[in-house]
Design a protein around this ligand. Structure first.
Ligand code: WTA
Length: 634
């Protein structure tokens, strides 16, 4: 097996040992994978970020430096929902587009350090826009396509974005998703307080949308007129490359800030290692660019390594089951990286669907975003990979910048449903609730010892919150918010979040975010959101709401509708709960804290085994919750 892959068990062991024995030398050597205008003389983060005195530009690393060797190679193959709609951008084309857009942005006064929001469907322009921002040293904020206008408005306001790149519409089968109208509504919500001066519109279809004089412009004509060369801005290694909002335990989404040199080193290092990157690969990561996976493994990692990436506009099973497998067949995809939710949904369609397609181009399969169960892992490995492709289950987070735990093809023996071992240079710890280190085979809170180049710099506008969330809970270590089990061989099995973050289909949703949104409803006095196991989505979102006393039956029915409406409007449709239970109170401790553990168990359908209920302030409520759940489940 080992000759097939770039790593062997021996070379991998050497890598682990080198990283362990002299991290400074190891990371400095790894930084050489990038092209620096000024090479760093130091690696480790001593307070001023990784590779402190290095200077570079991320777009140069993803494009310019490949032009001599692979200018005519496809950088991006974009497959539209329509079979015949395929766009291939070579590295030379990518250079032209990125430079043109960089010039448009500069012409409109966007400068180094400014923030630019990107809200686009799955078109290649998304990657072009990210790189154009990187070229001029502007920070991009990619917003998930499914966000509501209010969710966008919050993020525009927090980041102070001065320009926005959006689309007229997105395509979803016969449906049109109103990107521009949503953006207009988002900007309007803040009125004069909005910092957005320019809205650039990508024309995905021929559909016309209103353009506001002086603020909005169609992007294509501007890019056609702009010169296709644009000098890159020289950035310090620790200058921010982008902000990306993610959910945590607080109601407000956090703008996670990533650096230029450290992040890009991590993206390139991990992409090469875990996907066994080789020239000629066609790399397909199905993530939306609005999530971190879309940053690191749609854009930065593969492009920094000179790979060919595939982007697909459509859905897995549209117009018919098997569409994704057909894309793999058609474009000879070698590396396919997706989520457990997608794998489980595709598995449910039956083995005969993928069996119709030639999937022999595949070499490596990957999974990310949530724990993958044994059955889904095995199906992916056996049915999609034909038993010959390693499955890399990659554990990581928005905050870590790139994968931290993963199988390395050729070097690490698989164990279905285990993310396997920490990558070289990653030092993991398991702690008990008191912060005591657990040794050997154990289950506990997953923390990371020391730093690594991909670690987020901070939270935008709130460094104190960054420290409080990640660094203070277990001093000296980075707190992940996840629990994990380590077996006798040092393999890791992620057990899920230990904080109040719910992971629905790999989308992070903070329970506080949902509860905050619901607090807007006058008829509700309080609410609690919890996650429970879900066969396809990994976790399903369940909400308990307590209406004010004395409401009529009709008003209570309307509470449910209002809840759905408010969550869709404040966050987005993707955060609408599976079930909303209307109850007269929530189980509380005597000090008034909601007992989520109990609410989760009850929502799972448990009727007993709750332990000692006498510590509750209102033990009588348990029966009512059980009845509400039983009634809904028929
Ligand atoms: C979860 C996505 C188990 C985890 C890259 C983490 C996983 C959160 C895995 C981060 C995995 C991600 N196995 N759980 N392979 N990958 N997670 O920030 O709970 O969107 O904390 O980053 O997803 O989600 P985020």
């Amino acid at each position: 097996m080992s000759q097939l892959f770039r790593m062997t068990p021996e070379s991998y062991k050497r890598l682990v040992k080198d990283a362990q024995s002299d991290p400074e030398r190891f990371w400095l050597r790894e930084s050489e994978r990038l092209e620096w205008s000024a090479s760093p003389s130091r690696a480790a983060d001593k307070g001023a970020g990784w590779f402190e005195d290095g200077r570079l530009n991320a777009s140069v690393n993803c494009i310019d430096r490949h032009l001599h060797t692979r200018g005519d190679q496809a950088a991006i193959i974009w497959q539209g929902e329509d079979e015949d709609n395929v766009v291939t951008l070579t590295y030379r084309d990518l250079y032209d587009r990125v430079c043109s857009l960089a010039n448009v942005l500069r012409d409109h006064g966007v400068r180094k350090g400014d923030r630019v929001a990107i809200h686009l469907p799955a078109v290649a322009d998304g990657v072009v826009a990210m790189l154009a921002c990187a070229r001029i040293g502007a920070l991009h904020i990619v917003l998930f396509g499914g966000f509501s206008a209010e969710a966008i408005a919050d993020r525009l306001a927090d980041s102070g974005a001065v320009a926005v790149i959006t689309a007229n519409v997105g395509r979803r089968g016969a449906k049109r998703i109103p990107f521009k109208t949503t953006m207009d509504a988002a900007i309007k919500l803040r009125g004069a307080a909005s910092a957005v001066r320019h809205v650039f519109v990508v024309s995905v279809t021929e559909d016309k949308v209103p353009l506001q004089e002086g603020r909005d412009a169609l992007l294509a004509p501007l890019m056609d007129e702009a010169p296709s060369d644009s000098p890159p801005e020289l950035m310090k290694s620790a200058d921010p490359l982008f902000l990306l909002y993610t959910s945590g335990s607080t109601g407000k989404p956090k703008g996670i800030v990533h650096s230029t040199g450290g992040y890009l080193t991590w993206a390139s290092f991990t992409h090469e290692l875990i996907f066994d990157h080789k020239p000629g690969d066609v790399f397909w990561c199905t993530a939306d660019i609005g999530w971190i996976t879309g940053h690191t493994y749609v854009a930065y990692g593969p492009l920094a390594n000179g790979s060919t990436l595939l982007m697909f506009e459509g859905m897995p099973s549209h117009p018919a089951p098997g569409r994704w497998w057909d894309v793999i067949r058609k474009h000879r995809v070698t590396t396919f990286y997706t989520s457990p939710t997608a794998i489980r949904a595709l598995m449910a369609e039956g083995d005969e669907i993928p069996a119709r397609y030639d999937l022999s181009s595949l070499r490596v399969l990957g999974s990310v975003g949530e724990p993958i169960n044994h059955e889904a892992w095995t199906w992916f490995h056996d049915v999609i990979g034909g038993g010959r492709c390693p499955v890399v289950d990659t554990w990581w987070q928005t905050e870590t910048g790139g994968a931290m735990i993963s199988l390395v093809p050729g070097a690490v023996a698989p164990r279905p449903a285990s993310a396997t071992l920490p990558l070289p240079g990653v030092n993991l710890l398991l702690l008990d609730e008191k912060g005591q280190k657990l040794d050997g085979s154990a289950e506990g809170i997953l923390c990371i010892d020391g730093s690594w180049p991909g670690r987020a710099l901070t939270i935008w506008n709130d460094d104190a919150l960054f420290r409080k969330t990640y660094l203070d809970p277990y001093p000296g270590h980075y707190f992940t918010g996840d629990g994990a089990r380590r077996d006798e061989d040092g393999y890791f099995w992620i057990t899920g979040r230990v904080d109040d973050v719910i992971n629905v289909s790999g989308h992070r949703i903070g329970s506080a975010e949902i509860e905050d949104a619901l607090s807007e409803i006058h008829d509700i006095s309080e609410s609690a959101a919890v996650g429970i196991p879900h066969d396809i989505k990994g976790q399903g979102l369940i909400v308990y709401v307590v209406p004010h006393a004395g409401l009529s039956e009709a008003q209570i029915v309307s509470v449910r509708e209002q809840a759905v409406k408010v969550i869709s409007a404040r966050i987005g449709r993707y955060a609408v709960p599976e079930q909303i239970y209307v109850v007269s109170d929530l189980p509380k401790t005597r000090s008034g804290k909601n007992v989520r553990r109990l609410m989760r168990k009850i929502a799972c359908g448990d009727k007993e085994g709750f332990g000692d209920l006498s510590t509750l302030a209102n033990p009588g409520i348990v029966e009512e919750l059980i009845t509400a759940v039983a009634a809904a489940c028929g």
